[in-house]
Design a protein around this ligand. Structure first.
Ligand code: AMP
Ligand code: MG
Length: 338
């Protein structure tokens, strides 16, 4: 397949990409979270080609992207009051709601589940594209399955060149990690995947306590979101995360134990390590770090790093739980407590 890389502000870029989507093609577009690999959610063959391009397991359902709440009519069978409050307060934005599905949504989108995940992105390019195409668009992250999610068009091109019709370049994504996935089919909202909207914001919006799927933290529980059980966000090289009360001592010790390796350090602030071959400063807040994380992993690979060591100092506020979730998965659970 011939891939066309176009800038979102070229005159006919979005109209061309929208026509391609409506005709059953694959279009990568920027959102405020990460880049998405989109296809018409109501076209079964088009959706199948998403799974093929990414190498994604077919039992991992997709998020359907909309630009107008009226599109929900054709996608879901009910909107519980708490879901309405969350939508009113937090859409458009990095929030995905898991709702009871309508019969119109093909099984291939939901992996045969009785629910469908829906999100309204806030990125102006995503909104304009969705409006022009005027169809619901199923779109997972636009990376090869298991790789770090793409936050620039170049990351997408590195993974999916020749496998998609269009890559629409809209610059770097703001948030840098995926949406918060919230199940609103029970008595209270439950976070199935932490992401770009913090729990505090969900609770303020819906006026009730928000739960967290035990499958996210308990090793013996199965996550309710099928995607959470897979290997994910992993760089090609080894990776370790250092957390706890003495992070810098822990990183220094790791560097000393691995002197034969080319080591890259992802710091959470302007920290310098004598033995580090390459350093990326992720910034001192969970939000800055979220923005930098996936790009840093790909950058380290490109610089020939053999072992990535990441500092992880954050608590529970803001995007900290989402950062912790992604980075633990990136490191395949190789987390060192200090
Ligand atoms: P991605 O699009 O790659 O960011 O992944 C989408 C995430 O949403 C995965 O973790 C999916 O398992 C999850 N998801 C999508 N649809 C559903 C659903 N109906 N119920 C629960 N989780 C879902
Ligand atoms: Mg993904």
């Amino acid at each position: 397949m011939q891939t066309k890389l176009i800038r979102a502000d070229e005159p006919t870029a979005l109209a061309d990409a929208a026509r391609c989507l409506a005709g059953g093609g694959l279009v990568v577009f920027p959102t405020e979270t990460v880049y998405g690999l989109g296809a018409n959610a109501l076209d079964e063959a088009a959706v199948r080609s998403i799974f093929a391009a990414k190498g994604r397991p077919s039992d991992n359902p997709l998020i359907v992207h909309i630009h107008d709440v009226r599109q929900l009519d054709g996608l879901v069978s009910a909107i519980p009051p708490m879901a309405q409050r969350l939508m009113d307060a937090l859409w458009p934005g990095p929030l995905t709601l898991v709702l009871p599905r309508s019969g119109a949504v093909p099984d291939v989108v939901t992996a045969g589940l009785a629910t469908v995940a829906v999100r309204m992105p806030s990125h102006p390019v995503a909104q304009a594209l969705l409006r022009l195409a005027n169809i619901p668009v199923a779109a997972p992250s636009a990376n090869t399955s298991t790789r770090p999610s793409p936050t620039t068009a170049q990351h997408v091109a590195d993974d999916l060149w020749g496998k998609v019709d269009y890559i629409v370049d809209g610059g770097a994504c703001d948030v840098g990690l995926e949406s918060t996935v919230v199940d609103v089919t029970g008595e209270r909202p439950v976070i199935l995947r932490p992401g770009g909207v913090p729990k505090e914001a969900l609770e303020a919006a819906c006026g009730m306590a928000v739960g967290t799927d035990p499958g996210l933290t308990k090793p013996d529980a199965v996550p309710k979101s099928p995607g959470m059980k897979y290997k994910h966000y992993a760089p090609r090289c080894e990776m370790a995360v250092v957390t706890g009360a003495h992070i810098q001592e822990g990183v220094t010790a790791l560097l000393e134990e691995n002197t034969g390796k080319r080591i890259g350090v992802l710091t959470a602030g302007p920290h310098q390590y004598a033995n580090a071959a390459y350093t990326v400063d992720g910034g001192g807040t969970p939000e800055a770090y979220a923005h930098a994380l996936f790009a840093a992993l790909r950058d380290m690979e490109a610089h020939g790093v053999e072992l990535i060591v990441a500092e992880l100092p954050f608590g529970e506020d803001g995007l900290a739980p989402a950062v912790r979730n992604r980075i633990r998965k990136s490191a395949g659970g190789n987390v060192i407590e200090t």
